[in-house]
Design a protein around this ligand. Structure first.
Ligand SMILES: Nc1nc2c(ncn2[C@@H]2O[C@H](COP(=O)(O)OP(=O)(O)OP(=O)(O)O)[C@@H](O)[C@H]2O)c(=O)[nH]1
Length: 314
């Protein structure tokens, strides 16, 4: 369908967008609050340090940042914000009385996305904020469509492939081991045949959520690798740690007792194969292929089990 045929009349609802106003003068924060608080959620901080605290609790969609502040200037704050992986994506608009070209350039260099000059013109502030929030919304939506699996809401294969490439380089540099855990639902074709695709989809979602909830470190990541197969990445984790996570996934699914009468276990189970970058035996195999070989061994060994190279736990 040509893109021009799409209905683009629909207004995007930005009313839940969070805007953090950072200014050492409460009166300036009040002015901005009065202009924006009918349309958005407005948060406030009177220093860079406080602003980081707000970000830790509640990542804002946009920051309006004063340039001249004691202790940490707006420029320093912005530089630090852009260096942190959890905050670097937040757009920053400088609210400034600066009118020197050199100082203005510094704001661009340290990562600002726009300027508003003081004293603030309410109409300009509203329009600049709306433009940046709309861009942010569109970017987030695009990333979600590209990288999140529509059924299970976890990352998809495309995201995993991108992430995996970065990860491989990281392991090569640091020599710290990373485990790959492949999880595959057993007899899922028979499950769909007996219970139908609607229940099949619902079980896939439950398994995805259960895997997600079995991961404890922020850097651990699960993606949907294929139809009923999931891949888990456990950075800085050796074989023993990966087996513990895999067993947690396997046993918590067993505890759920999701009926599957065409399986010999009578409930939905998973088979799991593990490999780690540094122990991956065959040099011809990548760590993913190695984990897949071990997954195949778990299937061959009777399913509902975890396999690392030539061992199994049940
Ligand atoms: N409901 C549903 N089923 C899916 C989805 N994606 C893949 N499947 C089904 O998953 C089944 C996988 O079947 P097989 O690869 O034969 O594996 P299996 O039946 O689980 O057998 P083993 O892996 O050997 O235990 C196929 O019937 C697919 O149609 C999905 O998004 N929803």
């Amino acid at each position: 369908m040509p893109i021009s045929k799409l209905n683009d009349d629909a207004e995007v609802d930005l009313s839940q967008s969070k805007i953090l106003v950072v200014d050492d003068q409460p009166i300036n924060i009040q002015t901005v609050y009065n202009i924006l608080s009918d349309d958005y959620v407005v948060l406030a901080a009177t220093s860079g340090k406080d602003a980081f605290k707000v970000c830790e609790k509640n990542i804002p969609d946009l920051i309006l940042l004063d340039v001249v502040m004691p202790e940490m200037s707006g420029l320093e704050f912005c530089q630090q914000l852009k260096q942190r992986s959890d905050t670097k994506g937040i757009p920053v608009i400088f609210v400034t009385s600066i009118n020197q070209q050199e100082e203005e350039n510094e704001c661009w260099v340290c990562g600002g996305i726009d300027f508003i000059t003081k004293p603030v013109n309410p109409m300009t502030l509203k329009n600049r904020v709306k433009a940046q929030l709309t861009l942010k919304y569109q970017k987030d939506l695009l990333l979600k469509l590209v990288y999140v699996d529509g059924l299970t809401s976890i990352f998809n294969r495309r995201y995993f492939d991108t992430h995996f490439e970065k990860l491989s380089n990281e392991v090569e540099r640091s020599h710290r081991d990373t485990a790959i855990v492949m999880v595959d639902i057993d007899y899922f074709k028979l499950y769909n045949d007996r219970y139908g695709h609607v229940l099949g989809d619902s079980t896939l979602k439950q398994v995805a959520l259960l895997i997600q909830n079995s991961l404890q470190r922020p850097a651990d990541l699960v993606s949907r690798y294929g139809g009923e197969e999931f891949v888990v990445v456990l950075p800085e984790t050796e074989v023993d740690g990966a087996v513990a996570v895999a067993e947690r996934i396997r046993t918590s699914l067993l505890k759920k007792q999701i009926e599957h009468l065409t399986s010999e276990y009578k409930v939905v189970t998973v088979s799991i194969g593990i490999s780690t970058f540094l122990t991956c035996k065959s040099k011809q195999h990548t760590v993913i292929e190695d984990a897949d070989v071990n997954l195949y061994e778990a299937k061959k060994g009777g399913r509902n089990r975890v396999c690392i190279s030539s061992t199994a736990t049940e």
